[in-house]
Design a protein. Structure first.
Length: 305
């Protein structure tokens, strides 16, 4: 495993060759780290990349053309060392199918993660090539954790998530063991905002559909015991945009007061409760034609507001 650096006059980014995982996102002006730095006692990862499946499979299995396969949570890429291309303006991490991947996932592919800096924005592009002559089924997504609080003299409940494009969001309903059971109109957002409180993650992730394609994490309000709202100085924001993703997950380790939150853009969902999914029939997966190419770009921006 090696760590590679990408920087401009605004940001300094570090990425590991293992899983192509983002390791650091520092704003140079204030020398401020925005990415969660991992803690084995809480959650040791920082920003895994998810491919070719998002989250859990029922019994760790799925079927394809009558054969049963096993795969770990979040797929294959996050567990693999990747090849690296260093270019002046971007880093490219790549993984190609081999005997090990084919035993878990019966498609030949090339998967790339491309990191590029544009001012105060980190652009992440997932590039998938189907090396088969027939359709390939997969999901792809990000899982970055952000420090909360990231400003001095603030606490977790001083921060809010804003969904500026949210109109009629739906929450994906999960079982106790984190499998899909359906969806219902979201009750979490008030005027497109979600006030952060640790107990909201006691039942694991909040996953939303139709909540727009932008989430802004910023200090702004505090939830007081008297149920009043107190305005706070909103000095900066982390903005995650994901125009091609249908879902966004919000998470920190359940049952803790972990000082971070993950904002996770997903193209697809985990397995349904009690169903070993047939890869050709799971409705929300990407279906990429033979020899086809798929790209999905999302961004992390640091804003002064």
């Amino acid at each position: 495993m090696n760590v590679y650096r990408l920087e401009n006059d605004k940001l300094c980014v570090k990425v590991s060759s293992f899983g192509g995982e983002l390791q650091s996102l520092v704003e140079k002006q204030n020398n401020r780290e925005y990415l969660w730095q991992g803690d084995p006692a809480i959650w040791e990862e920082k920003a895994p990349n998810l491919f070719p499946y998002i989250a859990r499979l029922t019994d760790g299995k799925y079927t394809y053309q009558g054969k049963t396969y096993s795969m770990q949570i979040h797929g294959i890429a996050k567990y693999r060392e990747m090849e690296v291309q260093e270019q002046p303006e971007q880093l490219i991490f790549s993984l190609e199918s081999d005997e090990d991947t084919l035993a878990q996932y019966p498609f030949r592919f090339r998967f790339e993660i491309r990191y590029r800096l544009e001012g105060s924005t980190l652009t992440v592009t997932y590039h998938v090539e189907n090396l088969e002559d027939h359709t390939m089924y997969f999901g792809v997504g990000g899982h970055p954790g952000f420090q909360v609080p990231y400003l001095p003299e603030t606490g977790f409940s001083d921060y809010i998530l804003q969904f500026p494009e949210a109109k009629e969001p739906y929450r994906v309903i999960f079982s106790d063991d984190c499998f899909v059971e359906g969806e219902a109109p979201s009750q979490e957002l008030t005027d497109g905002e979600l006030l952060l409180r640790h107990p909201m993650f006691d039942e694991d992730a909040i996953v939303l559909r139709n909540a727009g394609h932008c989430v802004r994490l910023r200090p702004g309000h505090a939830w007081e015991q008297a149920a009043s709202l107190e305005e706070r100085q909103a000095a900066s924001a982390v903005c995650v945009t994901f125009p091609q993703m249908d879902y966004v997950g919000l998470w920190h380790m359940p049952g803790t007061e972990a000082p971070y939150i993950c904002i996770e853009p997903w193209s697809s969902l985990p397995s349904r409760k009690g169903i070993v999914e047939d890869l050709e029939r799971q409705e929300n997966l990407v279906a990429l034609e033979g020899r086809g190419v798929y790209e999905n770009t999302w961004k992390i921006s640091l804003e002064n507001i």
